[in-house]
Design a protein around this ligand. Structure first.
Ligand code: PAF
Length: 283
């Protein structure tokens, strides 16, 4: 498997790929890869002749320096996991920050029609400017035909779609379904940081989402939200940060149910000092 640290080497290789009229898929990651990432890579492998997996812990998207410091950096095991795919179409780009950012390592300021102010945007100041800056830089470096993002970070997925629209990139964004552990916990690089006790407790998050989906069939969004909040208020190990039922396209909290709209429930929970997010399609 080819591993590039420098964009100029990666780009020299990709030029040859393009000469053969091949398509390039990009799977941007921050490493600490798990089966969820592999499923993105496998989807990208079906669609493209070459798949670039970027592994880069992006400093500008962390609003909490502790979180950045503690974010797992596991390049060796990430490469081993990708090698299990035994597929010569996979290329890794694992740069230093100076290769991804020109000059200062700072975020650009974007407007995404308000998508950036909801949910994660409210609790993680500057997060989406950081995500959009690095994704834009990666798009400019790799120039993929298609890019793959997990639906676990659904708000991020919608913001990347908006980024493509406003920046005029000719890139198709593919959202891929959430992969879950057998007990329902959404796969995440953060799960490895959970204590045994918190890991055992955290499938409760998806249980609440599934129950909320059932309740949403007969109850108002307000009633469902109040019920979820109460359930968490009684929980000894998990602290709810937010539970929101929102329109899937605008991400605005639902006011009145309208059958024409698609809704999703979004949740963020602290399990000790590990922050977990998840979501579920409601209709
Ligand atoms: O979802 C992630 O892992 C990150 O936000 C991304 C898209 C790789 C940007 O750093």
């Amino acid at each position: 498997m080819r591993v590039y640290k420098l964009k100029q080497d990666l780009q020299a290789h990709l030029e040859n790929v393009l000469k053969k009229q091949n398509t390039i898929g990009l799977v941007p990651t921050m490493g600490a890869l798990h089966q969820g990432h592999l499923s993105l890579v496998n989807t990208a492998l079906i669609d493209n002749e070459v798949v670039v997996v970027s592994i880069f812990v992006n400093p500008t998207q962390f609003n909490n320096q502790n979180d950045l410091r503690n974010y797992p950096r596991t390049l060796d095991s990430d490469l081993k996991l990708l090698a299990t795919l035994k597929n010569s179409k996979v290329i890794v780009y694992a740069p230093e920050a100076s290769d991804v950012y020109q000059g200062k390592i700072i975020s650009q300021s974007f407007g995404f029609d308000g998508l950036e102010h909801e949910m994660e945007g409210e609790f993680r100041e500057g997060h989406f400017n950081g995500v959009a800056t690095v994704v834009k830089n990666l798009f400019e470096i790799v120039k993929p035909h298609k890019a793959y993002f997990g639906e676990k970070d659904f708000q991020q997925l919608q913001i990347v779609r908006k980024l493509v629209e406003i920046s005029g990139f000719n890139i198709t964004i593919i959202g891929c379904p959430i992969l879950r552990e057998s007990d329902g916990l959404a796969m995440s690089s953060r799960n490895g940081r959970l204590t045994q006790e918190h890991r055992k407790a955290s499938p409760f998050i998806y249980e609440m989402l599934k129950a909320a989906k059932v309740k949403f069939g007969t109850k108002s969004a307000n009633e469902v939200s109040e019920w979820v909040k109460n359930e968490f208020a009684n929980h000894k190990l998990l602290a709810l940060e937010y539970f929101t039922i929102a329109n899937e396209t605008t991400l605005k909290p639902i006011k009145r149910k309208n059958k024409q709209n698609k809704y999703r429930a979004f949740i963020a929970v602290f399990a000790g000092d590990v922050r977990l997010i998840d979501n579920i399609e409601l209709n």
